[in-house]
Design a protein around this ligand. Structure first.
Ligand SMILES: [Zn+2]
Ligand SMILES: [Zn+2]
Length: 374
């Protein structure tokens, strides 16, 4: 179901960014549709796959997210892809925000490279990042969080086309409505047509008699809006959740960017989490530790009875299997590790004192009356 991007690029899971970059360049050269011998269609498919894999693994944040959620988890792949590569026309259209991988392509194709010119010239909106703090319990059980976000959204007055409603729409004279201006350049791969956005209509192919009075022709307006995000059970501090298409709106009806939500999990007073295991301490009486007993231990799933054997030592650690945090996208759980702290009484009753003296006698220990310092 999910694609293994590491396998596609042929790198190990712990490969550093340099190795990933090198592997990508090697593969991209091999399968570049203008270079590949044999089945062009197959090469094109392969090239897209490689590009998609690199878009994720070449980006520290996306790679981290992929490692945590997999390709299927949070809207990677499937339609999103690296944003329209258009091989059919011979030119390259860098649709969408090529992100980190734009840099590589500019060197790769001899510089200059296309800017964000999607089909029809509309520009994709920016990706946005937001930070979201959640409670420790919510990180274990998952939740749906809501927060306010101010961002550029599609203009509600003109519907995103940038024209004042009712205004006459004319075809752009410079690009004759295509939104693009094409030039030919020489590259290492031979002559290549390069397509850029028409400056006069900013790629829309249309000019308006009157620009929208709200957005002044950009097709966007800034608005505060509630954003809802589903937090999966078991999410860890530092995880990044991608909400595809929830970034800023594109200009002239271009696609929206993505929204990346960085999760911060509040510390818990009782629990500490390492990986999917949860740690806590539990105080217990020296009598129970000595004789052995069943003691209550608080876990994230409620109180659990733990059997401690006779002779349990202070700082001894016991494992409650499957009482840790859920492993993302599985039904598995980590463990809960509880450290026993044996408490020594600070005050004894007369009767307890007598009993201790008898115990001392039994053990052959001579206690100096009145204590050592009196
Ligand atoms: Zn408008
Ligand atoms: Zn134009």
């Amino acid at each position: 179901m999910s694609k293994d991007y590491y396998e596609i690029l042929g790198v190990k899971r712990d490969a550093d960014s340099d190795e990933v970059k090198k592997a990508f360049r090697r593969k991209a050269r091999e399968y570049h549709p203008d270079q590949a011998r044999g089945d062009k269609k197959e090469a094109e498919k392969k090239f897209k796959e490689i590009s998609e894999a690199y878009e994720v693994l070449g980006d520290k944040q996306k790679r981290q997210q992929y490692d945590q959620f997999g390709a299927s988890g949070q809207n990677f792949g499937g339609g999103q892809g690296p944003g329209g590569f258009d091989f059919s026309g011979g030119g390259f259209n860098f649709g969408g925000d090529a992100g980190g991988f734009g840099d590589i392509f500019e060197t790769f194709f001899g510089g200059g490279g296309g800017r964000k010119t999607a089909k029809g010239g509309a520009m994709r909106g920016n990706d946005l990042e937001a930070q979201l703090g959640i409670k420790f319990e919510d990180s274990i059980f998952g939740t749906t969080a809501e927060f306010n976000l101010t961002r550029a959204l599609k203009c509600s007055h003109c519907g995103g086309n940038g024209a004042e409603p009712g205004s006459k729409i004319e075809t752009c004279k410079t690009c004759k409505g295509t939104g693009e201006v094409t030039t030919t350049r020489q590259t290492v791969f031979g002559a290549m047509r390069h397509t850029a956005v028409c400056g006069d209509c900013e790629g829309s192919g249309k000019t308006y008699e009157k620009k929208c009075s709200v957005c002044h022709g950009t097709g966007r307006e800034r608005k505060a809006e509630k954003v809802k995000v589903k937090i999966p059970a078991g999410v860890n501090d530092g995880a990044v959740i991608k909400l595809a298409g929830q970034g800023e709106a594109g200009t002239h009806g271009g696609p929206s960017g993505d929204l990346f939500i960085h999760i911060r999990v509040e510390a818990s007073r009782e629990f500490e989490r390492k990986g999917n295991d949860i740690y806590s301490t539990q105080k217990t009486s020296y009598i129970q530790a000595t004789l052995g007993d069943e003691i209550p231990v608080k876990t994230v799933y409620g109180d659990v009875k733990l059997r401690i054997p006779a002779g349990t030592q202070s700082h001894q650690i016991f494992k409650l299997k499957n009482h840790g945090a859920p492993r993302l996208n599985t039904s598995e759980k980590g463990d809960h590790l509880v450290k026993i702290l044996v408490e020594i009484p600070k005050k004894l009753s007369r009767k307890e004192k007598d009993l201790f003296e008898k115990l001392a006698q039994e053990a052959g220990i001579k206690i100096k009356k009145g204590g050592l310092f009196e």
